[in-house]
Design a binder for this molecule. Structure first.
Ligand SMILES: [Zn+2]
Length: 71
């Protein structure tokens, strides 16, 4: 699915995958790797917001097709 998408959709998909894997790990082993990796550069919160935006974009993609992905 992501393989045949435009670069923007690939990045959005990647952020959503990383964000959801991280959330899953927080629930399973109570370790937030994104927080650990990004907290010293103050980007953990930025990534959290990016994850939410990516999730909303994916929800929107159920209703609207990406213009760049359209063949
Ligand atoms: Zn696209």
């Amino acid at each position: 699915m992501i393989k045949h998408s435009c670069p923007v959709c690939q990045i959005v998909g990647l952020i959503a995958v990383i964000g959801s894997l991280n959330s899953g790990l927080v629930g399973l082993i109570h370790t937030n790797y994104i927080d650990k990796i990004l907290s010293h550069v103050h980007l953990a919160r930025v990534f959290d917001i990016a994850t939410i935006i990516a999730a909303l974009v994916i929800v929107a993609s159920y209703f609207v097709n990406c213009a760049a992905c359209k063949k």
